[in-house]
Write a protein that binds this ligand. Structure first.
Ligand SMILES: Cc1ncc(COP(=O)(O)O)c(C=O)c1O
Length: 363
């Protein structure tokens, strides 16, 4: 007799992470590889966040606060909502997986657009639900009417990624509001806003205001991107206290560790630094967009910290391989659901120059 694992395992896709810096170095033909493959911040955390991490270290013989009260209070203050509406998790990914477990039974449906964030395909096989994918439109945007048409009595979760990963496209909050008006109240709408701070269309508070009218809405946000804390794994959800209780019921009690709680508590105090990061990203976005246009390449209208670049008739594998050899790690479009494209994160100016030079060579 040998050990057997759950049958559902075969249905769960295997996550293909972006190359780590070590991988990128190994594959490159140069000594100094750069990683523009995972939509991370090219900047480390604020220096006072690093100090907070050091200050928390001697206390880690104790378990963290399972309710993360200080962090939830700071997030609530920042987002102008009540702490009861704030949940925190081991990265916002944890909410996607725990949300599916807490909301879905076999036979239920989970609706999302495609291409979109690569964790959504885990939600259905993990929970036993059936997934329903709706293609993005020609501008790589969510087709909300087509999504509405797919909602049935079985739709337990509809996910909207805004700005969308991997395309960077953004739908104004007004359109999300009219979508919500047409979604049945029994369907939970998860608005994944991992990149919301980077968009220059709406005030990031605008989607938070929707919570008052739509108790079935959950916003997901993260400290991984704008705050530069991807390695610590802290995400938060704004939604109903019932959503928080449901997620708590299916996950372990101490999911956000003590160091991560301290770091996030400090990071959120530095909104001046956040503003600087937003401006820096915008400047680099324009620089990369201009460089791509000069190379005759089209990219989707990005409101995030990355570009989705169409390679036209060129061979995606060859272009990505050439960039990899030149020490520039990006994400090929095929595993992300968009063959013939690549996704590149905006880096520092030097990194972006290097990407554009290597891309010019590759094409
Ligand atoms: C759309 C989207 N949602 C969620 C996440 C996950 O963020 P976290 O690091 O908080 O788990 C990412 C990370 O790349 C993302 O692109």
């Amino acid at each position: 007799m040998t050990v057997t694992f759950a049958e559902k395992l075969a249905r769960i896709p295997s996550y293909e992470p972006g190359a780590s810096l070590d991988d990128a170095r190994e594959r490159a033909e140069t000594a100094d590889a750069i990683k523009l493959a995972s939509n991370e911040s090219p900047l480390g955390p604020h220096p006072e966040v690093v100090e907070a991490i050091a200050a928390a270290a001697p206390g880690i013989n104790r378990y963290p606060d399972p309710e993360a009260r200080l962090l939830r209070t700071r997030i609530a203050e920042r987002c102008e909502t009540e702490p009861g509406r704030v949940a925190v998790a081991n990265g916002s990914c944890e909410f996607l997986l725990a949300g599916a477990l807490a909301l879905c039974e076999p036979g239920d449906e989970i609706l999302y657009a495609w291409p979109s964030f690569s964790i959504y395909p885990y939600m259905a096989p993990l929970s036993g639900a059936r997934e329903v994918r709706v293609p993005l439109d020609d501008a790589w945007e969510h087709d909300l009417d087509a999504m509405l048409a797919e909602i049935t009595a079985a739709t337990q979760i509809a996910v909207i990624c805004n700005p969308n990963n991997p395309t960077g496209t953004y739908l104004p909050v007004e359109r999300i509001g009219s979508f919500l008006e047409q979604v049945p109240k029994r369907t939970t709408v998860i608005l994944d806003e991992a990149y919301v701070e980077f968009q220059a269309v709406d005030d990031p508070g605008a989607s938070v205001d929707l919570l008052a009218d739509f108790p079935n809405l959950v916003l997901l946000r993260t400290f991984s991107k704008i705050y530069g804390l991807a390695g610590l794994r802290v995400g938060y959800a704004l939604g109903s206290p019932q959503f928080r209780a449901a997620v708590d019921a299916v996950r372990q009690p101490f999911s956000v560790n003590a160091i991560a709680q301290s770091a996030a508590c400090e990071a959120i105090r530095h909104q001046d630094d956040v503003e600087t990061r937003i401006e820096r990203n915008l400047v680099e976005r324009l620089f990369v967009e201009e460089g791509l246009a000069e190379l005759g390449l089209e990219s989707a209208d990005s409101q995030a910290n990355f570009a989705w670049v169409s390679l036209g008739e060129r061979d995606e594998g060859e272009v990505v391989a050439s960039l990899t050899k030149a020490g520039v790690a990006v994400r090929p479009g095929t595993p992300l659901g968009g063959p013939g494209n690549l996704r590149v994160t905006y880096g520092t100016r030097a990194e972006n120059e290097r990407f554009l030079a290597a891309l010019a060579e590759a094409i």
